[in-house]
Write a protein that binds this ligand. Structure first.
Ligand SMILES: [Zn+2]
Ligand SMILES: [Zn+2]
Length: 234
């Protein structure tokens, strides 16, 4: 089925990353060729070796109890986000959501057997502009792959600020503080937040807090790409 969908998506039948002929949006080599990384179990930040938490999480734990990233927000994978965000390609986002679901199944088996899958919402005005929410398309693909329930009405964005990616890191926390409101949830509900990219983590933090305030007992996070830490200078 994935192959059929891909054929419809890619009339020229080429991999989005290496441009070699492929029936799927990513060829099987590119699907496997992710950086072999240790990641912080709490925020998915790339680490130099195994650790219980990165420096930031050791100082202050995020509201979400664990995070998974499929790959780095860096070349060549960042092109995928450009495709699903600005390339008017929701079907690619759904396909990548299934890939993220497969990754979750193999790398975080303890997160099952089931959770409510909730996308990080766009503001109504940005949704109108883009026509779709790429995080919702990712979430749908992931939920379909894992056979988990998925609902985009559980979490809403009530404020419209500038896109996080356009702001310096120091201004991002204030930009999303109080931006989300969640529908009342079953007490102790197990949730999986889904987004395309995580950089500062402020958006995911505020979204997870809104879900916890609404009754969720456990919130985890799955992102397609995670921004790696800056390369240390010699
Ligand atoms: Zn490829
Ligand atoms: Zn961390």
């Amino acid at each position: 089925m994935l192959a059929n969908l891909a054929a419809a998506l890619l009339p020229d039948g080429r991999c989005r990353l290496c441009c070699l002929p492929s029936r799927a949006p990513l060829c099987s080599a590119c699907q496997c060729e992710r950086p072999a990384r240790w990641r912080c179990p709490r925020c998915a930040l790339a680490l130099g070796g195994p650790a219980a938490a990165c420096g930031a999480c050791a100082l202050r734990l995020p509201a979400f109890a664990g995070a998974l990233a499929w790959s780095d927000y860096a070349p060549p994978w960042e092109r995928l986000v450009a495709g699903i965000k600005f390339g008017d390609d929701p079907a690619l986002a759904r396909w990548l959501g299934r890939l993220l679901g497969q990754c979750l199944r193999s790398e975080r088996p303890g997160w099952g057997p089931s959770r409510w899958v909730v996308p990080v919402p766009l503001s109504p005005s940005r949704l109108r502009q883009r026509g779709y929410n790429q995080a919702w398309e990712l979430a749908r693909g992931l939920a379909h792959e894992l056979r988990w329930p998925c609902d985009c009405r559980l979490l809403l964005r009530r404020r419209d600020g500038p896109a996080q990616s356009t702001l310096p890191l120091a201004h991002r926390a204030a930009n999303v503080r109080g931006a989300f409101i969640a529908a009342p949830l079953a007490r102790g509900a197990r949730m999986l937040l889904v987004d395309d990219v995580m950089t500062s983590g402020n958006t995911a933090e505020q979204a997870a807090r809104a879900l916890l305030r609404a009754g969720a007992g456990d919130v985890r996070l799955a992102v397609l790409l995670r921004t790696p830490p800056p390369v240390p200078r010699d």
